[in-house]
Ligand binder design. Sequence first.
Ligand SMILES: Nc1ncnc2c1ncn2[C@@H]1O[C@H](COP(=O)(O)OP(=O)(O)OP(=O)(O)O)[C@@H](O)[C@H]1O
Ligand SMILES: [Mg+2]
Length: 373
Amino acid sequence: MQYMPSGEIPILEIRGLKAYYLVRGQLVKSVNDICLKVHKGETVGLFGESGSGKSSVALAILGIFETIARSHSSSSADKESKDLWALREDARSKGLTSEDIGQDLPGLEGEIVFDRRNLLTMDKEERRKIIGSDITYIPQGTSQSLNPTVGLWTQALDALRAQDYSVPEKEVRRRVLETLDLVDLEIDDLIDNPGSLSVGESQRMLTAMALIPNPSLVIADEPTTAVDSTVQRWILDALRIAKEEMGLSFLVISNNRAVVAETADKIAVMTGGHIVEYGDTSRVLNEPGHPFSEAFLMAFPTMEMIRRMKEKGQRLRGITGPPPNPVDLPSGCVFQTRCEHTSEICKEEVPEYREVESGYWVRCHRFEELRQT
Ligand SMILES: Nc1ncnc2c1ncn2[C@@H]1O[C@H](COP(=O)(O)OP(=O)(O)OP(=O)(O)O)[C@@H](O)[C@H]1O
Ligand SMILES: [Mg+2]
């Protein structure tokens, strides 16, 4: 694997991350050896089909992937699952990886370096101070009745004091009001109407709560899925303003082209737990270099893409067939069973994730060849 030196230290760097669930003795390979950097003030879009592992990446960063993965292996778990977790614990205590012992293992492997510290190896107490204050999360608001107004003050106070213990309550109040204003919510409305937030208001409230601690990195997982287009507009505007005014870094997860097109500076395209392409947003969206990205984007073709396809004498074609099964991934390239350009090497060897042009990465054996056509 190649890691290019970057002039600027990234706020988040994921290296060789694997995230495997274990369900009834079977490994669900949701994230397979991904590398990704997010620099200060940058928004990276994690874009890909359903089940490609996007949320698993978020859960890994937030430190909850393993708790969820282990919930399958509770008291009711079969012996095989328990043995595999025990093997994982044993390997980890000896500092060995799955590769060292020649056996795939459940849980996380690799590195998630935030602000120069590896979140996967730091102690829980240290991580607890970072998650919720330096790294925050905008979940998808689904509850109509969510009104965390009361909790808002305590949560804001906790999050801000995790960064600076001496922050006065007045400052917390100022920060809360300022952030609610940013997402176009008024505290009076929230207090006057307890328990009556609409889905849109809930989502804006969740957005505000993630911004209040003045974090360095915000992870937004499908921030606009449950909301209508007006609310989607508000949320995207709030994210943009937060980025511009607060200089935050974002990881925006979505399978919606418009959301990543509007928010992201860089896009990483995922399928089958792999990042198959990464680069500047306009490059990835308008001139996708990986056959998966190209086919996936056909679900949302732009005039620019249609023009390019016509120039090349190609037809618009979407993806044929279901996503790869993470319990039984195909050999070689993760897209080979659905790709119209598959050749022998694609079936046999996992392509390397290569920087084919400065700042532009692709995981395809045939990238150079296909580019000529
Ligand atoms: N709690 C879980 N236990 C077992 N497998 C899971 C669990 N959550 C997700 N998976 C599986 O892991 C794979 C990756 O799922 P993930 O939720 O990360 O994908 P995603 O890209 O976020 O999809 P979507 O766009 O639908 O949200 C999928 O095959 C999914 O079925
Ligand atoms: Mg998801």
